[in-house]
Design a protein around this ligand. Structure first.
Ligand code: XMP
Length: 319
């Protein structure tokens, strides 16, 4: 059995002796790995840690606020918040091809992140929430199993003017150990158990053109779906649940009125490692509640589909 107490003590000693009196930068994604890495490093070196969080406008409802609240208010961590929503919306304007979207989002993220980093003062280390499975995967010749199917979005190589050393305090841990560690360090349960979320965020769930209005609609749909899953006590039985907004309109009726609005699709899968996945068998009443709430509460959506495609042949995300 893994001894967390001694892991924390050793990790803190290691971080202190490696970092000395230098400064560490850590990018927060909202996900559990970077969050745990940041909080652990903060416990070791306090204000020598600076975190950067980029709001790309493609985040879930309340996500940017939650990250600021947790890290700045609860932990008192130095946090640079880059609100890049407008830049991302402009760069994505009129783009609907999935790989084009991914490339634009990935490149703009990297540019925004490093610009922010250059304003963070004299930095010597870049902290990353690399886990043991990532270490193994990056040693495989293909650079990971899905690398050739969708371009994945990671910080990648450093720009030449930034001579940072990597600090990866979680590189011997598995995901369940990281979650345990996150709890021990006081991260909210909601953050510790959160489903995976792709780097390109809602950009690859807003199928077709990305606009602020469509993203807001999708955020509302997603929040209702997740809320109903949580209320049904099923969140932890599901690997990942998500909503997509489709570039399709359909006719409906509300009151005595004919409507002509957008269609959303809900997806929930079980999986061990995201390489294969099966669609989740919901009790019908959970889907029923989600569907009726979405049509009643989200303006601009009048039809809800449930995706029953496994992976393969479908991927988990739609794009
Ligand atoms: P797919 O859609 O390929 O996704 O079945 C497999 C898992 O990877 C997540 N995903 C990403 N994660 N950057 C990430 O960090 C990405 O660009 C990305 N694209 C997909 C996806 O949410 C699922 O968990």
């Amino acid at each position: 059995d893994w001894d967390m107490g001694s892991f924390v003590n050793t990790a803190i000693e290691d971080i202190r002796s490696k970092v000395g009196d230098k400064q560490v930068l850590c990018g927060l994604s909202g996900g559990v790995d970077s969050a745990v890495a940041a909080v652990l490093i903060h416990r070791a070196i306090g204000d020598q840690l600076v975190c950067v969080f980029v709001n790309n406008g493609l985040l879930r409802k309340g996500e940017a606020e939650m990250v600021q609240k947790v890290f700045r208010d609860n932990y008192n961590i130095r946090l640079q918040y880059a609100d890049a929503e407008q830049a991302f919306l402009s760069a994505l304007h009129g783009v609907s091809e999935p790989e084009a979207k991914r490339k634009i989002i990935g490149k703009l993220f990297v540019d925004t992140f490093y610009n922010e980093a250059r304003n963070a003062g004299e930095i010597s280390f870049l902290a990353q929430g690399t886990l043991y499975p990532d270490v193994i995967e990056s040693k495989s010749p293909s650079g990971g199993p899905s690398a050739t199917i969708k371009s994945h979005h990671n910080v990648g190589g450093l720009p030449e003017d930034l001579k940072w050393e990597l600090l990866e305090p979680l590189r011997e841990l598995f995901k369940d150990e990281v979650r345990q560690l996150g709890r021990e360090l006081g991260l909210p349960e909601e953050m510790v158990t959160r489903h995976p979320f792709p780097g390109p965020g809602l950009g690859v769930r807003c199928v077709g053109e990305i606009t602020k209005e469509r993203l807001d609609t999708l955020r509302d749909v997603d929040a209702i779906f997740i809320d109903e899953i949580r209320k049904a006590g099923l969140y932890d039985d599901i690997w990942q649940a998500l909503a997509c907004l489709l570039p399709v309109k359909s006719v409906g009726v509300q009151g005595d009125e004919r409507t002509y609005e957008e269609v959303c699709s809900l997806r929930a899968v079980t999986s061990e490692d995201a390489m294969t996945a099966d669609w989740f068998r919901f009790p019908p009443e959970v889907l029923q509640r989600a569907s009726s709430r979405i049509c009643n509460e989200v303006s601009g959506v009048n039809r809800v589909l449930y995706d029953i495609t496994s992976k393969p042949p479908g991927t988990i995300e739609w794009e």
